[in-house]
Design a binder for this molecule. Structure first.
Ligand SMILES: [Zn+2]
Length: 496
């Protein structure tokens, strides 16, 4: 927790120092548009035409009512485009040359270090400086650690994770990070980062190679844990129990070792056990929405997006009776949405945005990494914790709620926004669906904590970031919104 706070400060001071803090002045809410009677009728007509395939007629109607993202008029400083060639960077060439000179000369370590740190904080968009600094800190670990000022990154991985907050899908940074992780023996994280590369950058020629690399690293991670467990002579007792009992009775105690055993069965298997236990518990309390029309609505929306996700899972969807605006994903593509989230949304495209974001968390293995870290494993596949802790039984449902409530990193959130918005657009929905959903959250709760906000970063700068994603990628916000059907589903839900 403390480390997380520290990192947050590093990021914030980094953003402030680089002039990248984003301010959001004007916010447009889909609720305002839909409450305007004239617009409501117009959008209904647009949706109808869109569904009939009459896109030419539908588009001007959407344009008529939906706001344009007037990004120029906003007083925001966006994260600048990444730069790879020093000639394309305005200013900075002099510092860069100094840094390179320092790097070439064995006894000018300080010069290299100082100028590389200067380059990375003053020109965060210049990717090669971060990579050079990471390489330097890998080679000169002790020097780097001792020379870094308090607010500066001290290790190669700190260098890369700092800049990855700004450019989470940059191929050069991802490659450097994967290499670093593998060299440090952090095979699970290396595997997940390689998978993320292959999914987020699926149009790159290296995508397939990285998919393969992801499998290889995962194998190495599992091999390492098994080796560890065998050395602790607990391996045989561990897997002999199976996991069926947990599905039927989520209150059954499960030891840390059994939890590791579950993880070794893989993401899909872990997700299936976890979701069965969760659903059985909710059903027993009569907190599960069993209405077929509602469930099919959610399945139908998600089903339009999963073909673009780049990963085949046995996707499952559940709706829970809960007024909080919340949704989460368990490993292996098991998605849970609260009725409160559906009721808060104004359109099908907003729910599609939310689902796209959650499914992305599962596809990018964010949840699996969370489980591993929360349950006695470090990312090198070493079992951590005392024998006593490892053997202590804790109700499965308790271990699971820890998993659900643990916040994702800011970087994981950004990745899920990137992939989520991309699949939203690919599926033919209005590409600002997730953006609009976040704007609702912001208006509803502001900075107040809600369960969704507690597991996700504040939506304040997210709305702006999501707009940028839509605009920069040329995704179309003037597409199917699905307002009528969504209102019908909301009405049904209000009766439960
Ligand atoms: Zn999220």
């Amino acid at each position: 927790m403390k480390k997380h706070k520290q990192l947050k400060w590093i990021v914030i001071s980094f953003l402030v120092a680089s002039g990248l803090i984003i301010f959001n002045i004007f916010e447009v809410h889909s609720a305002d548009i839909i409450q305007n009677k004239e617009c409501y009728e117009t959008l209904l007509q647009a949706d109808e035409w869109y569904q009939q395939g009459n896109i030419e007629e539908a588009t001007p109607l959407y344009r008529q009512c939906k706001p344009h993202f007037n990004r120029e008029e906003k007083t925001i400083t966006d994260i600048p485009e990444p730069v790879y060639e020093i000639e394309e960077l305005e200013g900075g060439e002099r510092f860069w040359n100094q840094a390179l000179e320092g790097l070439e000369n064995e006894n000018q370590k300080s010069k290299a270090f100082v100028y590389l740190q200067l380059m990375t904080s003053r020109y965060p968009e210049f990717i090669p400086a971060h990579i050079k600094l990471a390489e330097f800190c890998k080679k000169e670990a002790e020097f780097c650690e001792n020379s870094a000022k308090q607010e500066q990154p001290k290790t190669a991985s700190e260098v890369i994770s700092r800049v990855s907050q700004l450019y989470p899908s940059d191929p050069d940074l991802l490659k450097t990070r994967i290499e670093l992780l593998a060299e440090e023996g952090k095979f699970l994280e290396a595997s997940i980062a390689a998978r993320q590369f292959s999914i987020i950058n699926d149009d790159y020629p290296e995508a397939e190679e990285f998919g393969q690399l992801a499998d290889d690293y995962l194998g190495q991670f599992e091999g390492k844990i098994q080796g560890e467990l065998i050395s602790q002579t607990v391996f045989t007792t561990l897997l002999s129990g199976g996991s069926a009992f947990l599905r039927d009775d989520p209150y059954q105690a499960i030891s840390g070792l059994q939890m590791i055993g579950l993880m070794l069965q893989g993401e899909s298997s872990l997700g299936e056990t976890a979701i069965s236990a969760f659903v059985n518990d909710k059903r027993a309390r009569n907190q599960l929405v069993e209405d077929e029309e509602v469930i099919n609505y959610i399945k139908g929306i998600a089903g339009k997006m999963t073909p673009y996700m780049g990963r085949d899972f046995d996707y499952e969807y559940y709706v829970v009776k809960d007024p909080n605006i919340n949704a989460f994903a368990l490993p292996g593509g098991k998605i849970v949405v609260n009725s409160g989230a559906i009721i808060a949304a104004n359109s099908e495209s907003e729910i599609a945005g939310l689902l796209g974001h959650e499914i992305s968390h599962a596809v990018l293995s964010h949840g699996f990494l969370k489980v591993a870290k929360a349950n006695f494993l470090n990312s090198s596949g070493q079992v951590v914790g005392s024998v006593q802790e490892l053997q202590q039984g804790v109700p499965f449902i308790t271990r699971m709620s820890t998993l659900i409530n643990l916040a994702y990193s800011r970087e994981a959130e950004t990745q899920a926004d990137i992939l989520g918005t991309r699949v939203l657009a690919s599926a033919g929905y209005a590409a600002d669906g997730l953006r609009d959903f976040m704007a609702i959250l912001q208006e509803e709760y502001g900075d107040e904590s809600t369960s969704y906000l507690s597991t996700h970063p504040a939506p304040v700068d997210r709305v702006s970031y999501l707009e940028k994603l839509v605009v920069d990628n040329g995704y179309d916000p003037y597409r199917y919104m699905g307002i009528k059907r969504h209102q019908e589903i909301k009405e049904r839900l209000r009766n439960f």
